[in-house]
Design a protein around this ligand. Structure first.
Ligand code: APR
Length: 261
């Protein structure tokens, strides 16, 4: 895409953000690539390199929660790479730009598929982590969540101090239903949304991928931020073809200049 048409696309996207009533964002692994965390699919993806993991992670947890926790504490293969890169990662200008849009009262709510806690660390407030947060644990009975560092791992699986239920890591395993409280928040906000930024996701995993489709089907505008085309590209009014750590700060500047800030 030429520089001039890229500038036009950014200006167009900025106009949509300013003119919309309820702007949301949905982010995926791509926004954290510039923080050193590999994506799952596409070039350099963990699943591309190591193959997709078994889709029955939750079943295996329920069958042997102690073994699942031991694997969690001493991960191997792609899980170890994910664990190490997430531990070493810092929020990047893409994460920070979304905080700026929230501070400017443009961005009303965000859904992230990422478990890396980088949006929270950057300062995002109105956020649903649809696949959970790797720094938290969650009781599978009462859904209470606890900081991982405050969760005793002397006895595995840990027991919920509130209801004696079984505690697992908060990240949603393959085959595990999305916690109802988080799913309801995603659905309620998407019902109000007339413009959604779709950032760094292949838009292939459901139910997350259904939210931008719903926005489009209800007449809303989708703005994609991704260096490559994805499954959602055909539904997007504007596509910013570049790394989010580069495109999103430019988008913030365009909004500021249009607003005369
Ligand atoms: N900036 C923006 N987007 C990028 C960047 C970047 N610097 N680098 C790569 N991308 C894009 C890729 O082109 C791809 O479309 O990010 C997307 C990453 O897609 P996936 O790896 O499929 O990640 P995601 O969509 O978040 O996966 C969804 O799948 O494996 C499960 O639970 C996991 O939450 C994850 C879910």
């Amino acid at each position: 895409m030429s520089e001039s048409s890229q500038a036009e696309a950014i200006e167009q996207a900025a106009r949509f953000l300013i003119e919309s009533r309820y702007v949301m964002a949905m982010t995926g692994a791509g926004i954290s690539v510039e923080s050193g965390i590999p994506p799952f699919r596409g070039p350099g993806g963990l699943w591309t390199t190591y193959g997709e993991p078994p889709m029955n992670g939750y079943q295996r947890f329920l069958e042997n929660p102690k073994a699942a926790w031991e694997e969690r504490i001493n991960p191997t293969g792609p899980s170890a790479i994910l664990r190490e890169t997430v531990a070493a990662a810092e929020p990047n200008p893409g994460h920070e730009a979304l905080v700026a849009l929230e501070d400017m009262d443009i961005l009303q709510f965000m859904i992230t598929q990422n478990v890396d806690n980088l949006h929270r660390r950057a300062g995002s407030r109105n956020l649903a982590e649809i696949h959970g947060n790797s720094t938290l644990t969650r009781c599978i009975q009462c859904a209470s969540r606890y900081p991982l560092e405050e969760t005793s791992l002397d006895v595995l699986p840990p027991v919920c101090p509130k209801c004696n239920g079984m505690v697992k890591i908060d990240t949603v395993a393959f085959g595990e239903p999305i916690p109802p409280d988080v799913l309801a928040q995603c659905q309620q906000t998407t019902n109000r949304c007339d413009c959604m930024l779709v950032i760094g996701t292949s838009a292939t995993v459901f139910p997350a991928a259904a939210f931008p489709i719903q926005v489009c089907e209800s007449g809303g505008v989708l703005i994609e931020v991704n260096p490559y085309e994805s499954d959602i590209t055909p539904l997007c009014m504007v596509s910013l073809r570049g790394p989010s750590g580069d495109m999103l700060p430019q988008l913030v500047s365009a909004v500021q200049s249009l607003r005369g800030a």
